[in-house]
Write a protein that binds this ligand. Structure first.
Ligand SMILES: Nc1nc2c(ncn2[C@@H]2O[C@H](COP(=O)(O)OP(=O)(O)OP(=O)(O)O)[C@@H](O)[C@H]2O)c(=O)[nH]1
Length: 327
């Protein structure tokens, strides 16, 4: 028998005001290979003129790796907020203003699947490089840019998208739906002929210490850590909490539910039934073990997350509470 927190009341009750964050060990979500990636990036830094930091547009104000600033501080920096197609950007202006206030003056929103806003990137890079000190590369007409970011935000997709736009050629680097596809700093990949520009792809690197459990959950929803490390049902519950608070009830129609609900067990049960995902479990009764058919909560949670990530449940701004009310 599963036990679920009872704090949020019955089906149809008001939406939860907060999410229970105790008992999660975010430190477990940081895999070891990332420190190595960071070192390699540091040593490749002398080869590059500029850094593009790619981050997920659904979490523009949280989850960035603070070590990047220390590590790459000397290089001109462009922040690309990718997956704009999945983000609710109603407050885009306020987000940009807030980032500017934090010293991030160069921000571009992109969609690498549909190549949206990709053409803005090279001119912006050239502008940044023009006003920076290039050390021994001052006379060199080749430009090299390092692409960094936390896992699965679309770094490799950005490189492929730039190549499609400027070279009319296909894939140069592997893309995947799971974090950790890029395992090493790659050799230079050409993305533009005029100006001659190369990019270095790098493995996604999460901060060694994620600032809070809530940030960890947002990063997890965006697919930056492997789902099983966090727990798919915990993530599904955080997703449900977020969707309800934001008034995004697309899941009701998508899964044919009777109503919106803040109770994850009820939602997952109905999702599982809808998808035909049930499984046999042995239950101990007074007369011995009996096989009982139960909804497969894990499969339902997985489907709920996958559907959200594909954008079918609507565009979301996971950092909504972090956007300052005035400017
Ligand atoms: N909807 C949407 N999906 C995108 C976008 N850009 C990339 N993706 C998807 O996001 C997933 C991760 O993309 P990658 O390019 O492999 O990400 P990465 O940052 O290189 O990943 P790591 O190598 O794990 O660090 C893939 O499934 C891409 O198809 C985008 O703008 N919109």
């Amino acid at each position: 028998m599963r036990l679920w927190p009872q704090a949020w009341g019955a089906v149809g009750a008001a939406w939860r005001e907060c999410f229970p964050l105790q008992g999660h060990d975010v430190a477990r979500w940081f895999p070891g290979h990332m420190a190595k990636g960071l070192k390699k990036m540091q040593s490749s830094l002398k080869l590059v003129d500029c850094v593009i930091e790619v981050h997920d547009a659904r979490i523009p104000l949280s989850g960035r790796n603070s070590l990047f600033q220390e590590l790459l501080g000397l290089k001109p920096h462009l922040l690309v907020l990718n997956k704009m197609d999945l983000a609710d950007l109603t407050e885009q202006q306020k987000i940009v203003q807030h980032l500017e206030g934090k010293g991030l003056k160069n921000v571009i929103f992109t969609n690498c699947v549909k190549d949206e806003n990709i053409k803005q990137i090279i001119p912006k890079l050239m502008e940044l490089i023009k006003y920076s000190y290039r050390y021994n590369r001052a006379e060199n007409m080749e430009y090299c840019v390092m692409v960094i970011g936390v896992p699965n935000v679309g770094k490799s997709s950005l490189i492929n998208s730039l190549r499609r736009q400027h070279l009319r050629t296909g894939k140069a680097t592997r893309v995947g739906g799971e974090p950790g596809i890029t395992r090493a700093v790659t050799s230079r990949i050409q993305v533009c002929e005029r100006p001659l520009t190369f990019l270095l792809d790098t493995p996604g690197v999460l901060a060694p210490r994620i600032e809070s459990v809530e940030t960890g959950l947002k990063l997890a929803l965006c697919g930056t850590v492997l789902d099983h490390l966090v727990g798919e049902e915990t993530m599904a519950d955080y997703l449900l909490y977020t969707l309800n608070r934001h008034g995004l009830f697309g899941y009701v129609q998508h899964y044919g539910l009777a109503s919106a609900c803040d109770h994850i067990e009820w939602v997952l049960k109905n999702v599982a039934v809808k998808l035909g995902k049930t499984r046999k479990v042995k239950v101990l009764t007074g007369t011995g073990n009996v096989n009982v058919i139960q909804p497969d909560y894990a499969m339902a949670a997985r489907d709920f997350l996958r559907t959200f990530r594909s954008g079918l449940l609507g565009q979301v701004m996971l950092d909504r509470d972090l956007i300052p009310v005035c400017g």
